[in-house]
Design a binder for this molecule. Sequence first.
Ligand code: FES
Length: 149
Amino acid sequence: MIRFELNGSMVEVDIEPDTPLLWVLRDTLGYTGTKFGCGLGLCGACTVHMNGNAIRSCSMPVTAIADQKITTIEGIGSESRLHPVQEAWIEESVPQCGYCQSGQIMSATALLAMNPMPSDEDIKSFMSGNICRCGTYPKIRKAISLAAE
Ligand code: FES
């Protein structure tokens, strides 16, 4: 049995210890906001937070997150109160197909928690591991700057 905190509540899963966190979130616990892209830690679609830091859930065995705090896209805001990054995303109409966007937002929120006033270079560098097939990068960078204001 592996226990961890998910979006503020303790959860327990009885699962093979090397199962990637991504599949525990999506298939076992039903948190499907976190997406599968490459499965190799290369695209960022599966980004969640562990203790506030952005991690790739596709390449993180669930055993490695025992007793840690995990936050997914479902946990950063609520229907009545969006996270400022989510509000900026809406303001800038960032998504096109939308598939990578929860991972983009999770990386952006981790960046702003660590560096509340990032430079354009900071944003470009931190976000470089999150791939967007639609090429929404300029809007992503603009939304992060807006959220930082
Ligand atoms: Fe995890 Fe691509 S699905 S980095």
